[in-house]
Design a binder for this molecule. Structure first.
Ligand code: AHR
Length: 504
């Protein structure tokens, strides 16, 4: 296959949103316990936080981390997780059929987030709880002192407020699996009233309303329309969630997952803008794509997230997907889709950070390592700076069972006027053939490739190779099959690859 791209610094889409490279820590499986927190682990610090996982987290560098769920939040009492650890109750977590020990809670997460150097995105329970408990939590985290909840925070060791800016009004409330699932009218009213009350406590917060759990939901579109009709002026963002996997031995459809993400985003933008027009609203709503990833959901449970085990246990192994080369290429294209929509998708959270469909994996008492998908995430987070620029592309295309007219080469790019550097992110979706890439760089003024790496199956590996046995097996490697001549970059992209150029 062949592709030709034209890049021009003048074709700016938007500044790269700082919060586009978020991740997610849920009390689920081993994300918290034996993931980020494991007192007794050789690397644990005095708070029981795993410093090996912290170190890898800092390298990957998520800019914002959503907490504490997920489905978990919809039956969570946040007060269980504060105060002396020995006094905290053990509870049933209905979402994941687990026992929650509450040894890790708000203060531990706040300390972890500070050590990780990341912003916190907090979620409130609108499943089994409501407006009052959301206000109590916000008073606890953001009010300086002199009131019941803020003084309890101070008594629990945090003299300064946590000052969280970003709040999710519940989680996946459109999903029948959600504890306290709501109709769009029930949820839209609740989100509106909860958001209004929360703003009376702190007028600076930003609020995310639940959109659809995926674009195949029967209520997709209608849900956003009704919910936003009821809470448009109160909220700042509407959420999207999407997980992709290879089904029916059909890798070409799986590799086209970003086509669905593009469609999903465009559809939600159109719906939000229709509500804006109909209601004569002034402000424009943005999107928070606050759960996205590859997740082999069909291996876990065909019809919605539910653990299989009948036994109630603390931190069971749940959805510890081992990611392959193919998954890393798909994750690269999902990042490209988010970047291409960075004018409207201004928050995004890869789900989740560790063990549970994780960027990272860690073993109890053992090692921690990066999965294949951590690499594109880290690269885009590091190199996408300045402005997102439109990539004018012509590429050979293919049809797959689930999609038609899919570009074989998928691309996104940024240009940073301050440094004069550009970054180009390209995936070759062909499973078998190299792609001949030509990029017109004249509009960038770039004359050389500063660095270039590619991630693909090397010698002795195939598209299913993971980092489970050899934690370094799949890494981006230096790529030199390219030349720049008279403002044209020519490159020979390996089959099934994710390639990143830094241009100067
Ligand atoms: O990330 C795993 C789960 O996927 C989350 O708890 C839920 O919000 C979604 O269904």
């Amino acid at each position: 296959p062949a592709a030709r791209l034209v890049l021009d610094a003048a074709f700016s889409i938007a500044p790269v949103p700082r919060r586009l490279f978020g991740s997610f820590v849920e009390h689920m499986g081993r994300c918290v316990y034996t993931g980020i927190y494991e007192p007794g682990h050789p690397s644990a610090d005095d708070q029981g936080l795993r410093t090996d996982v912290l170190e890898l987290t800092r390298e990957i560098g998520p800019t914002v981390v959503r907490y504490p769920g997920g489905n978990f939040v919809s039956n969570y009492r946040w007060e269980d997780g504060v105060g002396p650890q020995q006094d905290r109750p053990r509870r049933l977590d209905l979402a994941w059929h687990s026992v929650e020990t509450n040894q890790f809670g708000l203060h531990e997460f706040d300390d972890w987030a500070k050590k990780a150097g990341t912003e916190v995105m907090m979620a409130v329970n609108l499943g089994t709880r409501g407006l009052q408990e959301a206000c109590d939590l916000l008073e606890y985290t953001n009010h300086p002192g002199g009131t019941y909840w803020s003084d309890r925070r101070i008594a629990n060791g945090a003299a300064e407020p946590f000052n969280y800016k970003l709040w999710c009004l519940g989680n996946e409330m459109d999903g029948p699996w959600q504890v306290g699932h709501k109709t769009p009218v029930e949820y839209g009213r609740l989100a509106n009233e909860t958001g209004k009350a929360m703003r009376l406590i702190d007028s600076e917060i930003e609020l995310v309303a639940c959109g659809s759990s995926n674009s195949r939901m029967p209520t997709f579109g209608a849900w956003e329309d009704t919910v936003l009709e009821l809470c448009y002026d109160t909220v700042d963002y509407v959420s999207c969630h999407a997980y992709y996997e290879e089904r029916d031995d059909d890798p070409l459809s799986f590799l086209a997952s970003a086509v669905n993400m593009d469609y999903f985003i465009d559809s939600v933008v159109a719906t939000a803008d229709a509500v804006k027009a109909r209601g004569r609203h002034q402000k424009t709503l943005n999107l928070s794509f606050d759960e996205w990833n590859v997740w082999y959901q069909s291996r876990f449970n065909g019809d919605g997230p539910k653990p299989r085990t009948a036994e109630w246990r603390a931190n069971p192994r749940l959805i510890e997907d081992e990611y392959t080369v193919t998954d890393a290429v798909v994750v690269g294209t999902l990042l490209n889709s988010l970047l291409r929509h960075g004018d409207r998708v201004t928050i995004a959270n890869q789900a989740q950070l560790v063990n549970v469909i994780g960027l990272l994996r860690s073993e109890e008492g053992g090692e921690a390592w990066k999965q294949t998908i951590a690499h594109p995430f880290e690269q885009v987070r590091r190199l996408a700076t300045g402005q997102i620029i439109q990539v004018v592309a012509t590429s050979d295309r293919y049809d797959s069972p689930a999609y038609t007219d899919v570009p074989l080469v998928d691309a996104a790019a940024t240009y940073d006027a301050e440094s004069g550097r550009a970054a180009l992110f390209v995936a070759n979706r062909s499973l078998t053939e190299n792609a001949a890439l030509e990029v017109d760089l004249r509009g960038l003024g770039s004359t050389r490739v500063l660095t270039a790496t590619t991630l693909h199956a090397g010698a002795g590996q195939d598209r299913n190779t993971t980092n489970l046995e050899d934690h370094q097996a799949i890494n981006p490697v230096s790529f030199d099959d390219h030349v720049v001549d008279s403002g044209q970059l020519k490159a020979n992209l390996p089959a099934l690859s994710w390639t990143v150029f830094e241009l100067d």
